[in-house]
Design a protein around this ligand. Structure first.
Ligand code: AMP
Ligand code: ZN
Length: 468
């Protein structure tokens, strides 16, 4: 498996620190609004990396945070006249709904920055003790950037160039020893959330959060750290400086960064105002289409969002679904059960497409080529499987297609429709439960049916139902 490592700017063989196990950290969103489809790109891309690794038998410990204390969250809370916690809690819940609709596997752990403050204080203290950080009189703690000899190794930036940039825009004026120093802890301002610390009441800087959450859940040395390419500098560069200085060991072996999602060839971002939320796109399309669209490009390439490309993704996905439905129908309805010798050859030849799929994914997760291999399999099935085929062949090819689609997070099987008899049986059970005053069970059945689009109406003649 080869991964393009931003650190070395090369594709490297992936060798995990501990055999068979992967420790992976993906920087998550700042939660002050619904996520936009740009934020969805790293979620989809790195979920697919995780799925491919699972498919290859690796055990993946996947940690992705929510940044739930931040200027933007505080501003939104002040606008609405509610607490910052209420804002972050609301948008974390909404974000999780979007993630589920995009079929993103829940992370092994989803830490919240506000619940990791003691670890942050510990790491800042260590950095001060080792001479990598200093507190100023107003209670700000800064990282002493020049003290970390490897600063710039990820973004391939030179400290003197950086300093010249800083000088020209003259951002100093604070109590910093050097304009390159960045904040680890900042003193509280009126009306903002704060925590007690040895340097006074305040809150952590953004970069220290990820260093600490990664250490807490994955240890000092991890395999993969990932996020969008805008995070390379300064966020990830600063994380390396903090973690390596504090822990005394290399932080992450591989650094992966996705390219940007653009709109009209301009970066999609909240500050430019040119974005669509995942929720908005979900009103027009099944979010599986959005996922498929994202995976149609290599994750490191920029990707332009357009109605045409979404329509192309929709019809591509339909082609796959039609082929899969057809195979499944044949598997369930064909008279011939067993495969003939000739069919065995057909199946044998089809393994070629899985090999192509795997080869594409092994090459730095080239999902565009992996999807091309799925389309080849679809075409092959449409050519070689039909009414005369055996159920065994149809089932085997369906399973093959499903395995590949699972890696991409594309769902093939529709929710099975609930049959009339099953509905009647559940309604009867609900009536019985009510008679026995087991209202919890009765409500559970009503909810279960509602989830499948079955609405119940209690009338004088008994319970009536209809499909929504
Ligand atoms: P933020 O909430 O801005 O910290 O972003 C959360 C994640 O989304 C980070 O990994 C960003 O790099 C990523 N991201 C934000 N905007 C885009 C975009 N337009 N395209 C791709 N990734 C993005
Ligand atoms: Zn981060």
């Amino acid at each position: 498996m080869k991964i393009y490592n931003t650190l070395s700017r090369k594709k490297e063989d992936f060798v995990p620190i501990e055999e068979g196990k992967v420790r992976m950290y993906v920087c998550g969103p700042t939660v002050y609004n619904y996520i936009h489809i740009g934020n969805a790109r790293p979620m989809i891309v790195f979920d697919t990396v995780r799925r491919y690794m699972l498919y290859k038998g690796l055990d993946v410990n996947y940690v992705s945070n929510f940044t739930d204390v931040d200027d933007k969250i505080i501003k939104k809370a002040q606008e609405e006249g509610v607490s910052a916690e209420e804002i972050s809690r609301r948008y974390i819940a909404e974000c999780k709904k979007d993630m589920e609709a995009m079929n993103i596997m829940p992370a092994t752990t989803n830490p919240l920055a506000t619940q990791e403050i003691p670890g942050m204080i510990d790491m800042i203290r260590t950095l001060i003790d080792k001479g990598y950080a200093y507190a100023t009189e107003d209670g700000t703690v800064y990282y002493r950037t020049r003290k970390f000899g490897d600063y710039g190794k990820l973004s391939h930036k030179n400290l003197d160039d950086l300093e010249a940039g800083h000088r020209s825009i003259n951002v100093t004026g604070e109590d910093k020893e050097d304009p390159l120093d960045f904040v680890l802890w900042k003193p509280k301002k009126e009306g903002e959330p704060y925590w007690d610390s040895p340097w006074g009441q305040g809150r952590p800087g953004w970069h220290i959060e990820c260093s600490v959450m990664s250490k807490h859940y994955l240890g000092d040395e991890i395999d993969i750290h990932a996020g969008g390419e805008d995070l390379i500098f300064p966020h990830h560069e600063n994380e390396i400086a903090q973690s390596e200085a504090a822990n005394g060991v290399p932080f992450s072996k591989y650094w992966m960064h996705n390219g940007f999602l653009n709109i009209d060839n301009r970066k999609m971002s909240k500050s430019l105002g040119n974005f669509f939320t995942v929720r908005e796109i979900g009103e027009q399309y099944d979010l599986q289409v959005l996922r498929f669209f994202m995976l149609s490009a290599h994750y490191r390439s920029p990707l332009n969002f357009s109605a045409e490309l979404m329509e192309a993704a929709k019809s591509g996905l339909e082609r796959i679904h039609n082929a899969a439905d057809n195979l499944l129908f044949l598997a369930q309805h064909t008279a011939d059960a067993q495969m003939s010798d000739e069919e065995r050859k057909v199946l044998e030849e089809a393994t070629e497409f899985t090999k192509k799929f795997d080869a594409a994914m092994e090459d730095d997760f080239n999902t565009a080529d992996a999807i091309a291999a799925v389309f080849e399999l679809v075409k092959y099935c449409n050519m070689h499987v039909g009414e005369g085929s055996s159920a065994e062949l149809a089932r085997a090819l369906y399973d093959q297609m499903k395995t590949l689609c699972d890696v991409l997070g594309i769902i093939l099987e529709k929710e099975p429709e609930i049959l009339d008899e099953e509905i009647e049986r559940l309604i009867e059970e609900r009536q019985q439960a009510r008679k026995e005053k087991n209202f919890a069970r009765a409500d559970e059945i009503r909810d279960q049916l509602a989830a499948k689009g079955i609405l119940l109406e209690d009338t004088r003649e008994g319970v009536k139902w209809k499909r929504a």
